[in-house]
Design a binder for this molecule. Structure first.
Ligand code: ZN
Length: 356
């Protein structure tokens, strides 16, 4: 932020001289444009407010700023700009009455006298003009100090950002931005980057959901294969345990795709939720409601000599171990297999309990 004192007329003139022709023409144009805007805003706003003094307001609303001229530094000796009353002027305002086409030329001090614009509006206009002049000072001081956008902590402006016209004009003429423009640009950049981040997160989420769906499809396929395998007569699925046959199949699929020989019951449960459509419901302790039923099913497999209980560290850490000697599904075939097959698995490194 540039907190600057308003410049004296002399300082302002001096700094203006140091500008390139293009820069100077641009800031002068800005000064004119700013004044025109102040005039029409103040007068139009007052018109819209529907004051009692309708007549005066109507008169006021008819005036439009045509031009704003500067006689230059040496105006006192050379100026041919004059107020309506004859006073020589450095800065001359030229306004026209839209209704009567009457044109008036004056200095800001006699503005009220020569146009009949009510004093409170005249004051607002003068105040608006001072603000414009202050902005000119801001630009001049920044230029003198070699201001850059990087000073404001703005490096590259992302290409996707639509730069407002007034800001682009400053860029085009190599003229520093006003603080209020920097602020607007900064807001736009941060909004843009937030939007981009949001888009990216949404994309990642969609990708993740797609991947999860794919995993569930694969899991469903493996359950089908497992089910086909089991229909060869084995009573692996337990009808007396309150766990869907589908989820019991899921447990078998999980065990079948293990990389090692040990696993925790809690991991089986999480996999059932993630890939096999098990309900996510939990007890107030946070434990999944399927957990005890999954443990019962695994215990049944222990009873059948398919698994062994591993070191047991309380219910939450309940773990199991594959019984190397037996196959969950086809005991006899597996034993035969272990006799005839070489040590090293041919297709994958995974421990394959089932033949597919
Ligand atoms: Zn005058």
């Amino acid at each position: 932020m540039y907190q600057i004192e308003p410049l004296s007329q002399k300082e302002r003139d001096q700094l203006l001289i140091e500008l390139s022709d293009g820069q100077r023409a641009f800031v002068i144009e800005l000064m004119k444009r700013g004044r025109r805007t102040v005039f029409s805003n103040v007068l139009a706003k007052d018109k819209a407010s529907g004051s009692d003094e309708d007549d005066i307001e109507e008169v006021a609303a008819q005036w439009e700023l045509l031009d704003y001229l500067d006689a230059g530094e040496t105006w006192q000796s050379t100026s041919d700009l004059h107020c309506e009353c004859g006073r020589p002027l450095r800065y001359q305002y030229i306004v026209q009455n839209e209704k009567t086409r009457e044109i008036k030329k004056f200095g800001i001090k006699h503005f009220e006298e020569h146009t009949g614009i009510p004093p409170h509006l005249a004051k607002d206009i003068v105040k608006g003009i001072e603000k414009i002049d202050y902005e000119l000072d801001e630009v001049l001081v920044k230029l003198a100090n070699g201001w850059t956008l990087a000073d404001e902590g703005i490096g590259d402006i992302p290409a996707s950002i639509e730069i407002p016209n007034d800001i682009q004009e400053h860029f085009d003429h190599d003229v520093p931005l006003l603080d209020r423009q920097v602020q607007r640009l900064r807001t736009r950049i941060s909004e843009q980057s937030r939007a981009e981040k949001r888009r990216q997160q949404e994309n990642e989420k969609a990708e993740q959901e797609k991947e999860d769906r794919r995993q569930r499809e694969i899991a469903a396929e493996r359950r089908n294969l497992m089910s086909a395998k089991l229909s060869s007569g084995q009573q692996v699925i337990k009808s007396n345990i309150q766990l869907d046959a589908k989820l019991q199949l899921g447990v078998l699929v999980y065990i079948d795709s293990l990389n090692g020989t040990e696993f925790r019951a809690i991991d089986v449960c999480n996999d059932l939720v993630k890939n096999h459509g098990a309900p996510k419901k939990t007890y107030s302790t946070g434990t999944l409601r399927i957990y005890p039923h999954v443990c019962l099913f695994l215990d049944a497999l222990v009873k059948d000599d398919k698994l062994e209980l591993s070191d047991e560290h309380g219910l939450g850490a309940r773990a199991y171990k594959l019984n190397d000697a037996v196959d969950l599904v086809e005991v006899e075939e597996k034993i035969e297999e272990t006799k005839t097959k070489p040590e090293v698995e041919t297709e994958t490194d995974q421990l394959s309990l089932f033949e597919f």
